[in-house]
Design a protein around this ligand. Structure first.
Ligand code: GRF
Length: 219
């Protein structure tokens, strides 16, 4: 029997480098998901043009054109429904959703955050990690829940914080890991291998540890 690939939308607000990582991963013949739509809430998002060059359908739902969050979300969900989207990946999407939208997509909406959650929720994570003096930093892919940057964590990757790091260097090191783990997590979700138990996510099927251990620090 031919396996059907899960239909995925990526929501962006900016440059879209994680979007590109997901689009590229989904080009593989054995990848269990296809990227059917990229949605931006900002008409000027750089990632929109990039998605187009990669042959992915794009659309804009500009939040500034709606009187309420509910109206914005209704328009957004209409686009997702029209494209028969089954999974949503937030990738640098800078809007907070209502509780009812989050409830409707529970277990089917992922986000990537540039810190080792629950540390450093919110913005400017790299600057805050440097200011806090942590020696290990990283990124997390998690299911979206009501509270911002919370929800069951599926996968994390760590990077060392080096003595001569500035925000830019640290961000680049973390971003490399983001591009590695987000496609890996989408694969697991699209294969129906993720089970949410409370705050924990269990990778079902085979009982094997998914080995995505961090790359060793470059000399
Ligand atoms: C990434 O660091 C992601 O973790 C965060 O926003 C940034 C988006 O970057 N949520 P990009 O648009 O994917 O390049």
């Amino acid at each position: 029997m031919k396996k059907t690939r899960k239909r995925v939308a990526i929501l962006i607000s900016g440059r879209g480098s994680n979007m590109v990582a997901l689009i590229e991963a989904a080009r593989a013949r054995d990848y269990p998901a296809e990227i059917v739509l990229v949605v931006s809430n900002r008409p000027g998002a750089r990632g929109l043009a990039v998605a187009k060059t990669k042959g992915v359908a794009t659309t804009v739902v500009d939040h500034t054109g709606f009187a309420t969050r509910e109206a914005f979300e209704a328009a957004l969900e209409a686009k997702l429904a029209a494209a028969e989207v089954e999974i949503v990946c937030l990738a640098g999407f800078m809007r907070v959703f209502t509780r009812s939208l989050v409830d409707r997509w529970r277990g089917r909406m992922l986000n990537i955050h540039p810190s080792l959650l629950p540390a450093f929720k919110g913005l400017d994570t790299h600057a805050r990690a440097l200011a806090a003096g942590v020696k290990t930093h990283g990124c997390s892919v998690h299911f979206v829940a009501h509270e911002l940057d919370s929800g069951p964590i599926v996968m994390q990757a760590t990077v060392p914080v080096l003595d001569d790091d500035d925000e830019e260097k640290l961000a680049a090191r973390v971003l490399e890991e983001e591009h590695r783990i987000y496609p890996a997590v989408l694969r697991l979700l699209a294969e129906d291998r993720l089970k949410i138990e409370g705050e924990r996510v269990i990778v079902a099927g085979g009982g094997k540890r998914v080995d995505l251990s961090p790359a060793s620090p470059k000399p």
